[in-house]
Design a protein around this ligand. Sequence first.
Ligand SMILES: *Cc1c(COP(=O)(O)O)cnc(C)c1O
Length: 410
Amino acid sequence: MSKKGFFTTNLHSDRHDGPEHGVLHKAIHPSVAYGYEDARHLAEVFQGKRAGYNYGRQLNPTVTALQNRITKMEDGIATVAFATGMAAISSTMLSLLKSGDHLVASAFLFGNTNSFFGTLQRLGIEITFVDATSSDAVAAAIKSNTRAVFVETIANPVTQIADMQGIGDLCESKGLVYIVDNTMTSPHLFKPKSVKASLTVNALTKYIGGHGNALGGAITDTGRYSWDKYPNIIDTYKEGQVAFWGITQIKKKGLRDMGASLGPEAAHHLAVGSETLPLRLDRACSNALELAKYCDQHPHIRNTFYPGLESHPQHERAQQLFGKFGAIFSIDLTDEVDCFDFLNKMDTVIASSNLGDNRSLGIPVAHTIFYEMGAERRASMGIADSMIRFSIGIEEIDDLLQDFEKALGK
Ligand SMILES: *Cc1c(COP(=O)(O)O)cnc(C)c1O
């Protein structure tokens, strides 16, 4: 297959993937069930001997078209889509891990992923949380029952950047599954395959969809891991090419049995949104860099956390891995400014919990998304009570700068 650019490949994906009536967008297929003229064909579809659709919980043509787009974006071999990013993460972990297994995870995780990992611990899966900015910390945590390592590219809200390459080399040498949540960077800025990731997670809700109008999640197998080394593959799925055993188990256990399936309408919105991903994200990154620089020198802001600042501990790593620095940054205010009053004075930036929208959003994290984990864990993650996290959108930079000036009472 020819290697065309990111835009070209994505924009023409549906047209080249078996078009119906010359459509340029894959049609929205609401049908839950699929009828067969020959009942034998239905049986063959169920037995995996014939390609085809059996039931909407497992497969839908509109969703398949989106999965194909994500696979191309990530340069992977296969993708399974889910109803949300959390559904993708939970279904994958529950499909691949069992009681008595050990997982090494970054200590700096999206709040709900952190909470879900607590559920895994209650199910008898051991988890060691480590400072994943150092691959030595990951190496020190590995035990004989370790099955996988889970990290995020840019952590939320303090923007730590894991030692993606070091952990990739380590996982390869130890035969471990390396799972990278690529939500914050998206395949436009970073392909986890390039650092030997086995599986990549994308919350499609965020930058890939980009418009805050549809939820979705995806797991892509990069083709880097040889699943015959993985002890938890169920015999039934050890058929065909080894490279597909893992994603097949995720599809059968995680999607078919647990059932958090993506709907075709959402898949359509996400696919259309994905077409402008590089345009939107480049502009949002450039806006975020300017705003972070502004905040960094402001006397009423104690700390600014953004990988694009030279003072950021992993600034060079971010430059090397991603080229750009993402569109999320956080600030700690000094005692003179109250974080709620600050947000209330803003007009362009909306007080909202989402991220990756075209609109700029801000949230006082300690009082909202990181509230449930308690003060002690927040302190260990570097989350101050006065912290505000911003997800910067694609508005004109002057309007955003004015909003920050207004909120700081200038
Ligand atoms: C939002 C997010 C998720 C979860 O995605 P949802 O679609 O909201 O369930 C997972 N990981 C990261 C890094 C996220 O930002």
